[in-house]
Design a protein around this ligand. Structure first.
Ligand code: B4P
Length: 210
């Protein structure tokens, strides 16, 4: 049993009681689809803990840790950070938040290996992902949004159209296939991602409550 499972060790039969009825959501979509934006509203409405691997990596970069220095180069080039790095970060956070009502995973998983690691971590505590909410936004809108954010955010990966399009290609190649992974489990919900932020929040909450 892992340390995380041990921290949740209040058993009824073989099921850890604490984790059984939690709500875990994956907020999914290409770069610029609105994952970070919508996570803010959903965490508040449902009292969930927000886990953004992008935010975690940017915090490492800011703190100039060895992990941050490695991640910085890859992120600035529009590439994904190695699976073992992000899986390790997520596992630490799950272990350190055994009392959370549930998690919103924002920007994670991004590869098949990450999705399998997440399922494994969930299983260890008798829990599971409830839904994958996949925001669908056309490429030209993504580019406009990200370059727009780049004007004020100071994020190097939002400042060059070439890097933005590289991130979208990485998403199509390595991340988009995860929709099939969750569809096979009956958990995929596609959400139209164009429109006002408020409208998109209500499409998401309809899907969650339904
Ligand atoms: P992330 O931090 O996850 O960044 P993102 O995909 O660009 O952001 P997000 O999708 O949350 O932004 P949002 O649409 O809300 O990743 C950055 C990098 O970190 C990756 O490229 C990768 O290198 C690395 N990384 C992160 N996780 C990883 C993992 N699991 N594995 C490997 N590498 C990983 O916002 C975009 C803009 O759109 C904002 O300006 C917002 O205001 C605007 N917007 C949002 N909704 C809108 C709407 N409805 N209409 C108009 N504009 C809207």
């Amino acid at each position: 049993m892992t340390a995380w499972a041990e921290t949740c060790q209040v058993f009824t039969g073989s099921q850890p009681l604490e984790m059984k009825n939690k709500m875990h959501l994956v907020l999914f979509g290409p770069p610029g689809a609105g994952k970070g934006t919508q996570s803010q509203f959903l965490t508040e409405k449902y009292g969930l803990k927000h886990l953004s691997t992008g935010d975690l990596l940017r915090a490492e970069i800011k703190a100039k840790t060895p992990l941050g220095l490695q991640a910085q180069e890859l992120m600035s080039a529009g590439e994904l950070v190695p699976d073992e790095v992000v899986v390790g970060m997520i596992r630490n956070l799950l272990e350190n938040n055994p009392d959370a009502k549930g998690f919103i995973f924002d920007g994670f998983p991004r590869t098949r290996a990450q999705a399998e690691a997440l399922d494994e971590a969930m299983k260890e505590t008798g829990s599971e992902i409830k839904l994958m909410l996949a925001l669908d936004v056309p490429e030209e809108e993504l580019v406009t949004r990200l370059l727009g954010r780049g004007e004020t955010s100071g994020r190097p990966d939002d400042m060059s159209e070439e890097v933005v399009r590289k991130r979208i290609r990485e998403y199509e190649k390595k991340t988009a296939p995860l929709k099939d992974f969750y569809h096979a489990q009956g958990k995929l919900r596609k959400i139209h991602g164009l429109g006002s932020i408020v409208d998109i929040t209500s499409r998401l909450t309809d899907a969650i409550d339904g």
